[in-house]
Design a protein around this ligand. Structure first.
Ligand code: ZN
Length: 194
């Protein structure tokens, strides 16, 4: 839960700390603005993936399901700077599936917190394993971290890619290959991907 009063005080102090005049026109409402912004971008702390994923339904078809290019924005907990990119989630149902929007919701739940990309990847996979009990799940996140690209350590636009495989995906390299084939489907010019 974001304590708006505390955040406002802290931002005022931070502005003073970096040598700003907190009373100048442009900064007058900044502490208040940031407090309200944090409420929104850290809302995942008060949300629960289980609530979204519990809205599943029965399915006889247990073929692999892939939802790719789910755009997310998160905050690195080491620098409190944004990292953002795309999530790709595949799972093999075991009689239960969820609406595709629920996978995007699950990503949001874990993105809207102070995060580490590796941890976020695992949390998404574990929540899906726990709630949906599929045969397997695979999560890939690719993201640009402003704490790296803005500070000149790496080139702007460079991406960090993290991957977690659970269940059948963990043990079966054929399934992993299928995942990457499906992920790249559409990126190829020939268009004859399977
Ligand atoms: Zn960072």
């Amino acid at each position: 839960m974001v304590d708006e009063k505390k955040v406002k005080e802290a931002i005022t102090l931070l502005l003073e700390g970096i040598g700003e005049d907190v009373n100048r026109e442009g900064l007058k409402d900044t502490p208040d603005r940031i407090a309200r912004m944090y409420k929104e971008i850290l809302a995942g702390n008060d949300d629960d993936a289980a609530v979204h994923l519990s809205k599943c339904f029965h399915a006889d078809n247990n073929e692999i399901v892939l939802e790719k290019d789910i755009v997310f924005y998160s905050m690195c907990e080491h620098h409190m700077m944004p990292f953002f990119g795309k999530a790709h989630i595949a799972y093999i149902p075991d009689g239960k599936v969820v609406g595709l929007s629920k996978l995007a919701r699950t990503v949001e739940v874990f993105a809207r917190r102070l995060q580490i990309q590796e941890q976020m990847t695992a949390q998404i996979a574990d929540a899906i394993m726990e709630e949906l009990k599929p045969q397997g799940v695979m999560v890939v996140l690719e993201a640009e971290h402003l704490c790296m690209t803005m500070r000149g350590v790496k080139k702007p636009g460079s991406k960090t890619v993290t991957m977690i495989a659970r269940g059948a995906f963990e043990s079966d390299s054929g399934l992993k290959n299928m995942f990457f084939q499906m992920l790249n489907c559409g990126k190829e010019t020939s268009g004859d991907c399977v």
